[in-house]
Design a binder for this molecule. Structure first.
Ligand code: ABU
Length: 497
């Protein structure tokens, strides 16, 4: 049947509850459920890697003048999933967002079907209320009794919201008058381990990246607070206006937590806005065992980025930005577009969140998190954090037990484990710069073997102190101790000369 039919045979072109529509959707859902099952089958590969030019030949992905059949659409969906990297596979340790929470996924399916925009209560009443409830709950875990928050399209934009609010708080006339409203050059500070989006705020916000001072970090990737103070004093001495400090709670590569209380003291002393980028480490706010000492002082921040799509396992994407001061978001970003945000509506218009943000259309990122939170309860998130951190310690233990083959770079504070693989020919050699350089050269070779064999994915990168090293991430609820052992054994297998 579907071989001849096209989308013209589906709702809304035919009457409601048409058998063709049901059949088409059931087939798509079957494919999706099969994909979920395949992802959790450890005997299945994570990916079927193809180079871009080969992939173009393998798949017909052009869009043409004429419609294709429903049958072809089903084949297209199947092929798309066939060549997609299975980020929910228990052997995928490559990104900060790993795993596939089935409840959150169901939430995303519902979200897609409801297909609404999050700018007004008028068209998203239930979702707007859910957003209020969940964001208030998150502020409670930060340690605030009030404040305001919003879901943003990713941690980078969340950080940008913090930057904009900080500038608005110090120079409210900037909104109308631009740089004329600022009596000098603004300067901001973050650590050299912070996410690149912080530096991007200086570029996007008109400061220029020269005015985002990268404060050195220590060997564990934590900002050196005395260097922060020194830099603030130095920039003030040349007439600049320090206004914004971003600390990181869980750096992208090393998973380091900056000393928040000490940075808060400096911000108070010099009158700077204190932002905490906890996009990665924020999930640990829900885990009493790990919150202290990592996130001590987080409640002193003026703003906090926290991405549930990372450690908490909500589906991509789900990023939140929180402000201690209520009213700042709306005052900073409000444009009062009369066609959307009329002031004479029949309901309390404070529920129209759309004028708080710099975008107009806003995707519904709340339902999948709300549904997941209902399913787990806060205690479920706490258990998840404990599980991920326990597995990380298991990996550290296994690396130490095999110290002839693996070289642990540091004891992790989060679920990032940084290490080198030592090939047979170098075992027993001193752990010096020469060994590190040789191990570093192996990382891209082993990674390409991982991708070609399709059995494992672990990321690698250099940093300013080290040549390439592996960074494994355990942020998927699917991972077990056996999977951690598989990761290390597979690196050993792929690392054979
Ligand atoms: N936004 C940072 C994500 C980086 C990573 O997954 O490795």
């Amino acid at each position: 049947q579907t071989a001849k039919l096209t989308a013209n045979a589906l709702i809304p072109h035919v009457q409601k509850d048409s058998p063709e529509t049901r059949e088409f959707l059931h087939k798509v859902v079957e494919l999706l459920v099969d994909y979920v099952n395949i992802q959790n089958d450890r005997s299945e590969k994570i990916l079927d890697f193809q180079h871009p030019e080969d992939m173009k030949k393998l798949l017909n992905i052009t869009v043409e003048d004429d419609p294709v059949s429903l049958q072809q659409l089903i084949i297209d969906c199947a092929n798309t999933l066939k060549y997609q990297v299975k980020t929910g596979h228990p052997h995928f340790f490559n990104q900060l967002s790993c795993g596939l929470d089935v409840v959150s996924m169901a939430g995303e399916w519902l979200t897609a079907t409801a297909n609404t925009n999050m700018f007004t209560y008028e068209i998203a009443p239930v979702f707007i209320l859910m957003e209020n409830i969940v964001l208030a709950k998150m502020r409670e875990y930060i340690g605030w009794k009030c404040g305001d928050s919003i879901l943003a399209p990713g941690g980078s934009i969340s950080n940008l919201y913090a930057f904009l609010a900080a500038r608005h708080k110090m120079f409210p006339d900037y909104k109308e008058h631009g740089s004329k409203a600022i009596p000098g050059e603004l300067v901001m500070f973050t650590s050299d381990q912070s996410h690149y989006s912080v530096k991007s705020c200086a570029s996007v916000g008109g400061l220029g990246t020269d005015n985002c001072v990268m404060i050195p970090s220590d060997d564990h990737g934590k900002m050196i607070v005395s260097e922060l103070e020194r830099a603030i004093i130095q920039r003030k001495s040349i007439g600049q206006i320090p206004f914004f400090v971003c600390a990181t709670a869980g750096t992208t590569v090393l998973g380091a937590f900056d000393p928040l209380n000490e940075i808060a003291d400096i911000c108070e002393k010099y009158g700077c806005w204190f932002h905490v980028d906890a996009a990665w480490g924020g999930g640990l706010l829900l885990a009493p065992k790990y919150r202290h000492p990592r996130l001590d002082g987080v409640e002193r921040a003026d703003s906090i980025t926290w991405n549930p799509h990372k450690l908490m396992g909500a589906l991509l994407q789900c990023s939140t930005i929180h402000f201690k001061e209520d009213g700042l978001l709306i005052s900073c970003n409000q444009m009062s577009a009369e066609y959307l945000f009329m002031t004479d509506k029949l309901y309390d218009i404070s529920y129209d969140t759309g004028d708080k943000v710099i975008q107009c259309g806003r995707h519904n990122d709340i339902f999948k998190l709300w549904l997941q939170w209902r399913a787990k309860g806060t205690l479920g998130f706490e258990k998840l954090m404990d599980h991920l951190m326990d597995l990380t310690q298991y990996q550290v233990k296994r690396i130490k037990e095999q110290s002839d083959k693996f070289y642990l770079i540091m004891q992790p504070e989060c679920v990032n484990v940084s290490f080198w693989y030592i090939p047979k020919r170098l075992r027993g050699a001193p752990h010096d710069a020469n060994l590190r350089a040789e191990c570093g050269k192996l990382c891209p070779i082993i990674k390409s073997r991982m991708m070609e064999s399709g059995t494992l994915m672990v990321g690698y990168q250099p940093d300013d102190r080290r040549p390439n090293f592996f960074r494994s991430i355990i942020s998927s609820a699917a991972v077990t101790e056996a999977d951690v052992d598989f990761m290390l054994n597979e690196i050993d297998r792929l690392g054979q000369d």
